[in-house]
Design a protein around this ligand. Sequence first.
Ligand code: G3P
Ligand code: CA
Length: 393
Amino acid sequence: MEKRHEPGRRTVLGAAALGAGAAVLAGAGQANAAGRTEPAGAPAHRPAPAGRPAKLPVPLVVGHRGASGYRPEHTLGSYQLALDMGADVIEAGDLVPTKDGHLILRHEPDISATSDVAQHPEFAGRRTTKTIDGKKITGWFTEDFTLAEIKTLRAKERIPDVRQHNTLYDGVWPILTFEEALQWAEKKGRERGRPVWLHIETKHPTYFRKLGLGLEERLAHLLRRYGRHTAHAPNFLQSFEPSSLSRLGELGVKCPKVVLLDEPSVRPWDFVESGDPRTTADLLKPAGLKWIAGFAQGIGPWLPQVIAQDAKGKLGEPTALVRDAHAAGLVVHPYTVRNENSFLPLDFQVGKDPAAYGNSLAYFKALFATGIDGLFSDNPDTALVAAEEFRRH
Ligand code: G3P
Ligand code: CA
């Protein structure tokens, strides 16, 4: 289980952990007539930066893996529900490859938790242990399956203990290819008369490149085929590995790029492989943000990097990250807000049931009040209710 954004995560990430730039935002920003906080020093009529497309509201809501609070993630059912709820952008990527080089949509290459692969005796022998980005993982991996084999599987709820209601839909949808998601987005865009925006993540790009399954060329090829590679195409691109985004830029993909930020002590895996000593904490500092702005238009920080949490998991004060990122010309799309107690700061939880909903509305509002440009949520409907009072179109 990854620590930074999974259930039960309770790491302290206060101002100290964020380094020198982690001053309290209060006082750094200025409230406008609607009570919104604008970045300090922002001119009244600044041009929309590349990471803040004029056709999208600010703050925007990204349906994380669709509407994964209600349907098994990265399925057509999840994407369609997010669109129906009014999500501004659909996260269609996490992209991982099959053995024969097709890009498919799964949270991780290990599909043990998100598919019925364990119920397929013909694949029992494919269960194995691998080391991905320095972590040993046992399961079934997409790169060991052809697309034809993947298509014999069905998607299921990843966290059934927390989202029992979603298990109703286990087995309803197949695993999607990225091209199928593009075709769905294009069709829905035509039907509603405005494009469906996508937020597309390359997953473990260095790991897959070493296997001969580079993601970026395949992604660039598909984006180009659907006319979604230009600066004004309705996509954001995201990765925890900065070099993946640079490579996409070199391949002529000009859509806004968002560098995802892990826990402060973590080194992006491409840094580990290339011998770059910097950690995420370095990237969170103004100099790191300036470096990111050389090839990307935004950052996707982990929630406690925007508003710190204390040792007990209670919400603390906003950090300086939003101000610093805006000063570097970067938009800020933090991940991931979810309605259930398991994922909320301690003082936003209601009752003791980890699967019950806490006061997520108040947490959403606290995040929007920092001046972020958008956020990822498994519950885009709730996020949109909270976003309304902060929105500027
Ligand atoms: O892409 C935003 C968020 O999903 C990042 O974390 O690892 O769940 O993709 P991950
Ligand atoms: Ca993602």
